[in-house]
Design a protein. Sequence first.
Length: 213
Amino acid sequence: MKLLLCFVAALALAVPVAALADGSHPPRDCYKSKCPPPTPTPGPTVTPEPTSTPTPEPTTTPEPEPTTTPEPEETPPPESVPGEQGPPGEQGEPGPPGEPGTTAPACVSNRTGQWRLLARTVRVRISNVRVSFEGNRLPIRRSTFNGRPVFKATIDMTGLRRGIYTGRVRYTITTRSTGRSRRWTKVHHWRVCYGNPKRGGREGHNAFTTTIL
């Protein structure tokens, strides 16, 4: 056992001590005692780059809208109170006479119309027929139409001026089946110098010259 220990010690003295990690050799005392741990070589220190701080964008302040001032309303002037009426002035001189005007021609009718009086049915009898125009009695003519009696009177409007004139007929109507009689009166109007403003053929007082009895 002692021989083995001596052999190991001799072998350790003969082997050179390994270099340290940084290339330096340990101290001489390290061969016999425990060597201290190698001191690490500090590497280059990495300096962190400065972080760029974002620049805040400027805040735009909205422009205030212009305030429109309403125009003042015009106040109407107060109504003036009329004063007392003054005395009348003097009468002025008469002016020169004007030119004589033209007189509008007066319309005079030259029309002659026929008034037909027709019985409504053959079951009645017409008698005592009296026809007048503007209070003047007119002669009548008697005829028939489909078995019904017809009375005709001529309305003479010659020389009448513009206006509306009235014709009147009075008659007695008798029912043949019962023999009952009644007295009737009917009126018709004629226009003179009017014409028809609407150019129609059947309008106005002169539309129908036939009266049903």
